[in-house]
Design a protein around this ligand. Structure first.
Ligand SMILES: Nc1ncnc2c1ncn2[C@@H]1O[C@H](COP(=O)(O)OP(=O)(O)OP(=O)(O)O)[C@@H](O)[C@H]1O
Ligand SMILES: [Mg+2]
Length: 500
């Protein structure tokens, strides 16, 4: 290096040094007192705030769930193996955030937005806090647009509207996830963005859902947020909140999002575990850590925004598991009172192969009826009443012969309803077909046919091109199909005796 070069180098660095300020800086460094089971008790950080993100010296992150005088309870968001007592911790001044945006579409991520599907960074995203305030009443519109599930029974009797919160509840393996996945699959031809949040499930079960959506639905408009059973409890805890934040991003763009949370029973168990470990005070409830407030805070964020705010919506389908059909247990009653209705699945019906195994008597949709289209509302008018009456009659007439003609007609109609609401997975029905089928049922078109023929009629109807067809045209085709079936059944009278 030349002498002149040395000079400029020196001058430059002198200038840099002159600009630097060496003053003592105060930074609080805490200390891990105890670490186990996904939580750490940390002392020496009195200024840390609730939900603040903390960083451990080994790089892991956690957030403050409880603030005590002596120690704060930190929930870890990473594996805790390399953290030990005495390790240094510092506050970051930030809250937990997750990436949101177009870049997430079609991806499988963990609740902090780290890709789980492939080694490729997310596209365009911005970070938003996982805990956000719910829209105020004045910022909302009433639920008025339908969110079609493609499941005849639900669209007809328990219609779901955009912005609604509808609980799907039932025992283990009664088809809860299937209803949610079918609803996601049915959004294939709609404009709805779907966010599926898996909490505490086996990785294979989650993979099945993702594969099903990839095979039958529109995965490019779906986001999968996965915190499997093996993930740290903290990640499982923030998963539904992260999913909600992701859905809210699309809502704020004036779009419509559907959020499935599978399931909140596991989330409650995780919360209970964390609340007990961090010694969070029980709050109002016997269940540690005020679970009602937690889930109400989460589900309150599902809403339909007013026109001034773009008119977007987040529809929530939380899932809950019951034990032996006990709807009056703590978590089910909590969730039933938070949501706008529930679809109750019955293990008995499921075992009897009546699927989807929806209990028509216990299920309800409190705001969706207003969102139902006029055609569907008209077509499904008497369905619920007819079906409930049939169920009662069936019980009474199980042991004796039926003599009354009116009663036997009701029973015949009921059996046809039962056959009609039976629906396979991944076979969503367009609304025009639902209306045509319900209309045909109400007009007694199927009464002369054995119940099994209804499935055949539906298959033949779907075999033709449907999308965009007028309901009247679909109905005309259905009439033709039923005539054919009646003729065929006439040639083989033995078929007429088959059981429902
Ligand atoms: N409409 C249907 N027709 C036929 N089979 C169905 C239907 N719905 C669900 N099933 C089957 O029932 C089984 C259980 O369904 P699913 O996994 O959705 O239940 P779940 O209640 O979510 O179970 P878990 O409690 O394990 O989460 C699956 O094998 C699924 O294929
Ligand atoms: Mg499930």
């Amino acid at each position: 290096m030349t002498e002149a070069g040395d000079d400029t180098w020196l001058a430059r660095n002198r200038a840099t040094l002159a600009r630097l300020q060496f003053a003592p800086q105060a930074r609080s460094v805490g200390r891990v007192e105890h670490v186990a089971d996904g939580i750490a008790l940390v002392s020496g950080l009195p200024e840390v705030r609730l939900n603040e993100l903390l960083r451990f010296e080994t790089g892991q992150l956690g957030f403050a769930l409880t603030l005590d005088v002596e120690a704060i309870g930190v929930v870890l968001l990473d594996q805790s193996e390399s953290i030990c007592a005495g390790a240094r911790v510092s506050g970051t001044g930030e809250v937990v955030r997750t990436p949101v945006g177009q870049g997430l579409l079609g991806r499988v991520v963990d609740p902090l937005g780290r890709p789980l599907d492939r080694d490729e960074a997310l596209g365009e995203t911005v970070f938003m806090p996982v805990e956000r305030a719910a829209p105020a009443i004045i910022e909302r519109d009433p639920v008025s647009e339908p969110l079609a599930t493609g499941i005849l029974l639900i669209d007809a009797l328990f219609a779901i509207g955009r912005g609604q919160r509808e609980l799907i509840i039932g025992d283990r393996a009664t088809g809860k996830t299937s209803i949610a996945v079918d609803t996601i699959v049915n959004q294939k031809d709609s404009d709805v963005i779907c966010v599926y949040v898996a909490i505490g499930q086996r990785a294979t079960a989650v993979q099945r859902v993702i594969d099903a959506v990839r095979r039958h639905g529109a995965p490019e408009r779906c986001v999968f947020v996965v915190a499997p059973a093996a993930a740290p409890a903290g990640l499982q805890w923030i998963a539904p909140f992260a999913g909600m934040t992701i859905a809210e991003y699309f809502r704020d763009q004036g779009r419509h999002a559907l959020l499935v949370i599978d399931d909140l029973t596991r989330h409650a168990a995780t919360h209970r575990e964390l609340a007990l470990l961090t010694r969070e005070p029980p709050g109002r409830e016997a269940y540690p850590g005020d679970i009602f407030y937690l889930h109400a805070r989460l589900l309150e964020r599902a809403a339909k925004l007013s026109g001034e705010l773009g008119g977007g919506s987040v529809t929530a389908l939380p899932i809950a598991e019951t034990d032996a059909g006990n709807l009056s247990a703590y978590i089910p009653t909590n969730l039933i009172s938070i949501t706008d209705g529930q679809i109750v699945l019955d293990a008995g019906l499921f075992a009897a192969n009546q699927r989807p195994a929806v209990d028509v008597g216990l299920s309800v949709s409190r705001v969706g009826g207003k969102a139902q289209t006029a055609a569907l509302r008209h077509a499904s008018g008497r369905l619920r009443l007819d079906y409930s009456q049939f169920q009662e009659l069936e019980m009474f007439t199980r042991f004796g012969g039926i003599t009354d003609a009116r009663i036997s007609a009701q029973i015949v109609r009921g059996q046809r309803i039962r056959a009609l609401i039976r629906q396979a997975r991944f076979a969503p029905l367009p609304e025009s077909v639902e209306v045509a089928l319900l209309g045909a049922l109400a007009d007694g078109l199927f009464d002369a046919l054995p119940p099994a023929c209804i499935a055949t009629a539906r298959e033949r109807l779907l075999a033709g091109a449907i999308s965009g067809d007028e309901a009247a045209a679909v109905r005309a085709r259905l009439d033709g199909i039923v005539q054919d079936l009646t003729r065929e059944a006439g040639h083989r009278p033995s078929d007429g005796a088959s059981a429902p």
